[in-house]
Design a protein around this ligand. Structure first.
Ligand SMILES: Cc1cc2nc3c(=O)[nH]c(=O)nc-3n(C[C@H](O)[C@H](O)[C@H](O)COP(=O)(O)O)c2cc1C
Length: 202
């Protein structure tokens, strides 16, 4: 099958991308509005950008050209917290993906417990084993059409790590203890599967 992306709708492209690029890690991002409402939402267009300095990316899609609350908050306040979604918090995180108005907090809806951050003015949530406190490095508006942008690509610089002692050992993270879950297409998720090792050639 050969397919020209230009012949497909946005939805059709989305299905091919999200069905093929799997498993995707999930960031649960907290941000804060001008009015002080803490917002939380999951994003699986999420990855490492650099380790020198530590930077991560989250791509927030626009809806008919309109920024999501997360992107709007980060553009204004320049700070946010990224949490790794795992088996224990994924159900709560899913609750936060509801489409709430900007003045309503998904954090309250999902009954997450807020905790002050160390280096940024946005709180994180206790129900995550890893938190990255981030400062906005760059926000790049991409895609869409001349009239309506497609997404806000956010690059954050990690200013502080919180790592649960139970998953931390001599500078390394225990993958099975972290129990991260990933997103596949649609409503499907995956746990960490069988682990195996391959020696790298010299
Ligand atoms: C597991 C999961 C992953 C998601 N990944 C993304 C993503 O990568 N980009 C995106 O724009 N929306 C993604 N969404 C949808 C947003 O979480 C959803 O639109 C949310 O309401 C946005 O919240 P906000 O308006 O408070 O920022 C995802 C939803 C779920 C449940």
């Amino acid at each position: 099958m050969n397919i020209n992306p230009q012949d497909l709708t946005e939805r059709e492209n989305y299905k091919l991308l999200t069905g093929s690029i799997i498993p995707r890690p999930i960031a649960f991002v907290t941000s804060i509005s001008d009015d002080g409402v803490v917002n939380g939402a999951p994003f699986s267009f999420f990855n490492i950008v650099s380790s020198n300095p530590p930077m991560i990316s989250v791509s927030v899609q626009r809806k008919s050209g309109v920024m999501k609350d997360t992107a709007r908050n980060i553009a204004a306040n320049k700070q946010f917290v990224v949490h790794i979604v795992n088996e224990q918090n994924v159900a709560k995180v899913n609750e936060t993906a509801a489409n709430l108005p900007p003045d309503e907090s998904e954090i309250d809806r999902a009954q997450f417990t807020l905790i002050d951050s160390t280096k940024v003015n946005v709180p994180g949530v206790v129900e995550a084993k890893v938190r990255f406190e981030c400062e906005l490095e760059q926000m790049i508006v991409l895609g869409g059409t001349e009239e309506q942008a497609g997404c806000d690509f956010i690059i954050g610089r990690v200013k502080h790590y919180f790592i649960d002692d139970a998953i931390y050992n001599e500078g390394k993270i225990d993958a099975l203890e972290l129990a991260a879950v990933s997103r596949l297409a649609g409503n499907s998720y995956a746990k960490i599967g069988d682990l195996f090792e391959i020696e790298r050639p010299e």
